[in-house]
Write a protein that binds this ligand. Structure first.
Ligand code: ARG
Length: 569
């Protein structure tokens, strides 16, 4: 793929003693078009060449050899060397790539022979799927799609929270009051109510807590009644989760949750004991990580039960043994930062390949707060995600009813717009930032929203429908697309592959969301500046072709975020 930065870096590297990658990393995008498309800050070479930056700039300019097919002009600006790309070449290159690759434009084999596991969504059974899990699911699903697009062998894992002492409590509550609740009509809600009630009872009465502990022990020992109940909790929860996954079209390759690791924890303990890093503390087995500033990590509690961290350690070993992964990403809220730091530190002692240890990464995201009314912060976690998604769809349906009641495929489009709006809202800002969920912002057809991108897509679609057929690429006169507005669109299209690479380097899908906004804005600007359907056939064809290219890239990019395009808006 065409890469101007590396072309420039290679030319500079022939003149100085510095490797191409390092030079490339210094190349900047100047703040304004008059200063060129790329700039090299010569002070980066001042030490190596023992000269002042302006003198270096002159020397480089006089000696550099770079084909004018790529670079049309090189200019000195103080200590900077500014490069102007050959615009016509750029236009040709971008459009011919899109012509050849269509919806695969931007894909690559960057991830060839590399395996990346993405642990995402991972809700807890018998508990509500809350708005944090929604954000998690959306981020994970989009990373999953992007890694795949870049050629990685990608495995999506739903590490269900289906084990732990809380199930001893739930079983006790069910035993006591099961018949008082209408569990079959709203299982998760009712089980949550039972769970809250039994927790209260435990606080008041140590005896109750003891009974809960006994239940969990029974569950661990395979008691029939307890196991049956637990299986049923799991089934009902999965049904509810699946409704959300279906709506969002989210898929997993594995549903191996915490309970899968029950029989894989003893060996972890043995390994860690042998490494002599475990110690006893008040009857519990712990690993002291104080010297690394990571506190104490419990491996087995004094009552003999294992915890979340032990199961994660077992999962790391299992995943390394099974997949020999290059990366294993954990899409989990930033609140669990310490947990993952501890677990990743201890993973160094599990005897798994070093590349696996180095590939462990916590992809942290921030909290979602609901703005006002019934969805206040406190109740935020209680709001049902299913209801939220359906509300997005029904609000959009209402807007369509008002604005465009005769729209074709109304239902299908409302669904795509409503869900697209929620998905985009979860991805358009740096994921670690906390965010406020506000219906008006999320659903607006203008601004940094999903519907805005869909709106621009629908505009490209209606332009293309108006003209009927797409002109042949070979007949396009690319020199007609070098005006400023067209070049801005081309420049953005050119960046697509790089943006996707950056997404996986930083595990930051918001880069792609921002890219789509930029492309949509630049196309809107192009559309306002340039009349498309003009008498001059050549000019008309060139502009239509550019519209066609934009349409393909918006659709591909949005799909990678998990957003479908409506047919009308
Ligand atoms: N079930 C956990 C929660 O809801 C998240 C699990 C994340 N994955 C992991 N391997 N620990 O908070």
């Amino acid at each position: 793929m065409l890469n101007f930065k590396s072309i420039i870096a290679q030319a500079i590297s022939k003149l100085v003693e510095m490797n191409v990658e390092e030079i490339e990393s210094y190349i900047e995008i100047p703040p304004s078009k008059e200063m060129g498309d790329y700039a090299f800050p010569c002070f980066k070479l001042a030490k190596v060449l023992r000269k002042a930056p302006p003198a270096i700039a002159i020397e480089l300019k006089n000696n550099i050899e770079v084909s004018d097919m790529y670079i049309s002009k090189i200019q000195i600006d103080g200590g900077y060397l500014n490069f102007f790309v050959n615009e016509e070449f750029l236009v040709k290159n971008v459009l011919s790539q899109i012509e050849q690759k269509k919806e695969n434009y931007g894909s690559s084999d960057m991830g060839k022979d590399k395996t990346v596991l993405i642990d995402y969504s991972s809700p807890n059974i018998a508990k509500p799927f809350h708005i944090g899990h929604l954000r998690n699911t959306i981020i994970g699903a989009s990373l999953y799609k992007i890694y795949k697009f870049l050629g990685y062998n990608t495995i999506g894992i739903n590490h269900l929270g289906d084990y732990g002492t809380q199930f001893g409590k739930l079983i006790e509550g069910y035993k006591r009051w099961g018949t008082e609740y209408d569990i079959s009509s709203a299982p998760i809600e009712e089980l949550t109510n039972i769970y809250i009630r039994i927790n209260e009872a435990c606080k008041e009465d140590e005896e109750v807590l003891e009974a809960c502990r006994r239940n969990f022990k029974k569950l661990e020992d395979g008691d029939e009644y307890c196991t049956e109940l637990w299986n049923w909790f799991k089934e009902e929860s999965l049904k509810e989760f699946q409704r959300i996954y279906d709506l969002l079209d989210v898929k997993f390759d594995s549903f191996k949750g915490e309970s899968f690791y029950i029989d894989k924890m003893d060996i972890i303990e043995e390994i860690l004991d042998k490494k002599k890093i475990t110690e006893q503390s008040e009857g519990a087995k712990v690993i002291n990580l104080e010297d690394k500033g990571l506190g104490i990590c419990i491996i087995r509690k004094s009552d003999g039960s294992t915890i979340y961290a032990t199961r994660d350690l077992a999962a790391i070993k299992y995943r390394a043994d099974t997949y020999n992964f290059d990366k294993c990403l954990y899409v989990v809220a930033y609140e669990q930062a310490l947990h993952f730091k501890q677990v990743f530190e201890i993973a160094k002692y599990l005897g798994i390949p070093e590349k696996c240890v180095n590939g462990l990464e916590h992809v942290q995201y921030g909290m979602t707060r609901l703005s006002t009314g019934k969805m206040s912060t406190r109740e935020g976690n209680a709001i049902k995600v299913n209801d939220l998604l359906n509300e997005a769809i029904s609000r959009i349906t209402k807007i369509i009813e008002e604005k465009n009641p005769d729209m074709e495929e109304k239902e299908e489009n409302a669904k795509k717009i409503g869900l697209g709006a929620v998905v985009f809202n979860n991805l358009c800002n740096t994921i670690i930032k906390d965010q406020i969920f506000d219906w008006d912002n999320v659903l607006s057809f203008q601004g940094d929203t999903g519907p805005y991108i869909q709106y621009v897509y629908v505009r490209t679609k209606s332009v293309l429908e108006k003209v009927g057929n797409i002109p042949e690429y070979n007949n396009i006169d690319t020199s007609l697309l070098t005006d400023e507005a067209s070049m801005k669109v081309i420049g953005t299209l050119y960046k697509f592959g790089d943006v996707l690479n950056d997404v996986v380097l930083k595990n930051e899908p918001s880069f792609l969301a921002r890219f789509l906004l930029e492309l949509s804005q630049n196309y809107t600007n192009f559309y306002n500046e340039n009349k498309i359907i003009v008498d001059d056939e050549k000019l008309k064809d060139a502009r239509i072709y550019l519209t066609y290219a934009v349409q393909i890239v918006i659709k591909t990019g949005a799909k990678l975020l998990g957003i479908d395009m409506p047919s009308k808006m």
